[in-house]
Write a protein that binds this ligand. Structure first.
Ligand code: NAD
Length: 488
């Protein structure tokens, strides 16, 4: 029986492991400690990697049907503890309980879906003499590193694909939100061979140890672009395979034909869901000048009326910023905007009491070169920007080092598609955002990432191709019987 209120232990080689030291996990709504999580030591990480290496040989040879069942089991286990995971999630992450279902239920759904995915086998050549085929075999030990904004879902993205394809895994959640992942490790101990699925938690040292570890063959990383560059550098020493899902500064382009009343709410949540702490949040909203005022009024009304507060209190739909460092960062961006003379349609006054609360803040058409527009705030601070010519809106949207996702809002599907095709991003949504599914490849362009997650292309990132070419059995050709008189 897993107790979700205490005993937060790492899972190493199928066993519960406490840390020599601990880190405090803080509830961002109250700034009170929720629990202590183990601070993984170097020796403990080495033990986790050694256990994963030892388990890999058996796991890769385990029939795929058994691996499918194990991945589906992860979904079952989450589904069986929905309430416990959800409450713990709100306590450590801050997102209101009413908004946690898509993450916890979604993680269960995701594992179930991935458990059914098939790796392709390509027959390159089939002739009377030769057969050549390419399959996709596991890489070895995967080191997975996860951020604090979707700590369970992003973890599942990595766990399900890595285990289905026959890799062993060491996963490290963010120090700010380790608890749900530690509990998942605990709940899965009885269902997986020891060493296949290791969960370690800890402070800032653990990530770099993982990315440089000679016993790890692949890094699947989600986090900021700055950290992604460090991951790539460290991983180069042993030429690890890497998948990097990094930051974004997604543009939403609102065309003049939209029904403002209909799009206001989805557009609001595109920007402010999870308090703006979403890699693919709408972080710059470009609105045609003809409807700018109407959109500004509608978004402002929503921002003022949607209840914000402690996620465990009923009725709240917006929570705090997840941690103090991020709170300070968003506050600094707001202060900078004020110093620049930028004006606010609403918000702009971070809480001075307990909890990292910043009301949904909308900046009124700030200069394009301001930090408000150019930087990923990763919080409830969004610029509303005016355009008159759609070509100009597209050019401004594309003038970014990021290329994660973007969205276009219009009732004219042809016009929307024409804009979508010109955005330099890995994903473009039309009239929605955040529709991310296990069967849909998701990739960051430019400095938003390297590689792909999800879909078969994402699954393949946990594998390396192996081509087997067979010359068909070599049988000596029967000797031609010598014909009489032939030598004459
Ligand atoms: P972060 O880069 O600070 O941390 C991410 C993870 O990396 C954490 O587990 C952290 O402990 C670990 N880490 C920190 N330094 C490390 C190092 N030197 N080596 C190895 N690991 C290290 O990011 P964050 O603040 O937790 O998350 C926010 C960022 O993540 C935003 O930029 C957001 O856009 C991005 N993000 C991207 C996606 C995506 O799919 N592209 C999804 C979610 C979040």
């Amino acid at each position: 029986m897993v107790d979700f209120t205490r005993d937060f232990t790492m899972t190493i080689d199928g066993e519960a492991v406490v840390g020599d030291a601990t880190i405090d996990v803080i509830n961002p709504a109250t700034e009170e400690p929720v629990a202590r999580a183990p601070d993984c030591s170097r020796d403990q990480l080495d033990a986790a990697v050694a256990a994963a290496r030892a388990a890999f040989t058996g796991w890769r040879a385990t029939p795929i049907e058994q691996r499918r069942a194990a991945v589906a089991k992860i979904g079952e286990v989450i589904g069986a503890h929905m309430q416990e995971f959800s409450r713990l999630f709100t306590l450590e992450q801050g997102r209101p309980l009413a908004m946690v279902g898509p993450e916890v239920g979604g993680a269960a759904f995701w594992a179930q879906q991935v458990s059914q995915q098939e790796l392709p086998v390509t027959v390159n050549e089939e002739t009377p003499n030769r057969r050549s085929e390419t399959r996709h075999v596991p890489i070895g030990v995967v080191g997975a590193i996860v951020p604090w904004n979707f700590p369970l879902m992003i973890g599942i993205w990595k766990i399900a694909g890595a285990l289905l394809t026959g890799n062993a895994l060491v996963i490290k959640p963010s120090p700010y939100t380790p608890l749900t992942m530690l509990k998942l490790g605990e709940a899965m101990r009885e269902h997986l061979p020891p060493g296949v699925f290791n969960v370690v938690s800890g402070g800032d040292a653990v990530g770099p140890w993982i990315t440089a570890h000679p016993g790890i063959d692949k890094i699947s990383f989600t986090g900021s672009t700055a950290t992604g560059k460090r991951v790539m550098e460290n991983a180069s020493a042993s030429l690890k395979r890497i998948t990097l899902e990094l930051g974004g500064n997604d543009a939403a382009i609102v065309l003049p034909d939209v029904d403002v009343a209909a799009i206001a709410e989805p557009l609001f949540w595109a920007a402010f869901g999870n308090s703006g702490q979403v890699c693919t949040a709408a972080k710059r909203i470009y609105v045609h000048e003809d409807i700018y005022g109407e959109v500004a009024t509608a978004l402002t009304a929503l921002a003022r009326n949607i209840p914000m507060g402690d996620g465990l209190a009923e009725g709240n739909l917006l929570g705090p910023v997840q941690n103090r460092a991020q709170f300070e960062r968003v506050k600094a961006l707001i202060a900078q905007a004020k110093a620049n003379g930028e004006t606010f349609l609403t918000g702009g006054e971070p809480s001075e009491g307990k909890g990292y609360f910043i009301p949904a803040t909308i900046v009124d058409n700030p200069p394009e070169d301001s930090a408000t527009v150019q930087e990923e705030a990763f919080g409830p601070l969004v610029p509303l920007l005016k355009y008159s010519d759609v070509d100009d809106a597209i050019a401004r949207a594309n003038a970014s080092d990021y290329g994660l996702a973007g969205s276009v809002w219009s009732n004219d599907m042809e016009a929307a598609l024409a804009v979508a095709e010109r955005l330099e991003t890995g994903t473009v949504w039309i009239n929605e955002t955040l529709y991310v599914m296990p069967w849909t490849p998701f990739a960051g362009h430019k400095q938003s990432g390297i590689g792909v997650e999800h879909g078969i292309e994402g699954l393949l990132e946990f594998t390396v191709p192996q081509t087997i070419t067979a010359r068909k059995p070599l049988v000596a050709a029967p000797r031609e019987p010598a014909t009489e008189g032939a030598e004459a």
